[in-house]
Design a protein around this ligand. Sequence first.
Ligand code: C2E
Ligand code: MG
Ligand code: MG
Ligand code: MG
Length: 276
Amino acid sequence: RAKDQGRNRYEYYTHELTRQVSERFRLERDLRRAIERDELYLVWQPQFCLATEALIGAECLIRWQHPEHGLVSPAQFIPLAEESDLILSIGDWVLCSAIKTMSPWRARAPNLKVSINLSPRQLSAAGLSQRIRSLTEQYGVSPGLIQLELTESGLMESQDVNAWLQQEAAALGLLLSIDDFGTGYSSLSRLKALPINQLKIDRSFVMDIPEDKNDMAITRSIIGLARGLELEVVAEGVETAYQAQFLREAGCDIAQGYYYSRPISAAEFAARYLGR
Ligand code: C2E
Ligand code: MG
Ligand code: MG
Ligand code: MG
């Protein structure tokens, strides 16, 4: 009996594993076709100066409208894409769409910054800076308005990243941000050496303010660190007026989150914030 049960369980797990593996294969196959089938799009989330409430910029976030599964979250398909070269074509699609979309916004908001998430693999691949240079030239966008976001864990993982950042990104005049800051293991000496202009406090520290006193202390420390290193500091995932007030008083520069706006379409962003 026990043996039977064991076998059943084994069969169940094998079956479950097979199902998951083939599901991943299907998703990867579908993702490969997503660009040509026009299933990817960007949504935009505004960022505001905490002191003046002025609009500073917007982060673009990728979305995938799958023909059968509906909306698939980037938290699901970006890690899958990062396991292969797929992330390179998706990353390129994001860069191109973002720069193209922001181009007509310059007339209404000449200093509006656009934050674009990059995967570390994009930096190791050849030609990224050339590509960004030609896209910014083609669409008449200043590289100084493009804020590239790299996650803290991605940054600390790879040495290629370091070289690219030092030599190429800085030369082009791109802005560099460390995303999800506080969740990885930055060495503070390395942080000092990176040509970054911004730290982005991870949402996990912001979401439990004011209930979690430890998170409040960590958030204050990150803001203090950023100020000490003369970096701009952004809080993501701001959902309440209280959190915005706390961040403002703690000296945080910029905030982004559902309290201000969810990520919205480019058309809605322009209508709401750029007066057209
Ligand atoms: P991220 O760059 O840290 O983006 C912030 C995430 O928090 C976004 O999730 C955003 O929709 C969500 N968010 C913003 N404000 C709030 C809030 O007030 N409350 C809550 N609960 N959530 C909020 P999203 O769009 O699902 O993206 C997840 C992650 O996927 C991003 O985290 C980023 O790491 C990655 N990602 C998104 N777009 C791209 C892309 O174009 N390229 C790459 N490489 N990664 C991307
Ligand atoms: Mg980001
Ligand atoms: Mg983040
Ligand atoms: Mg995050």
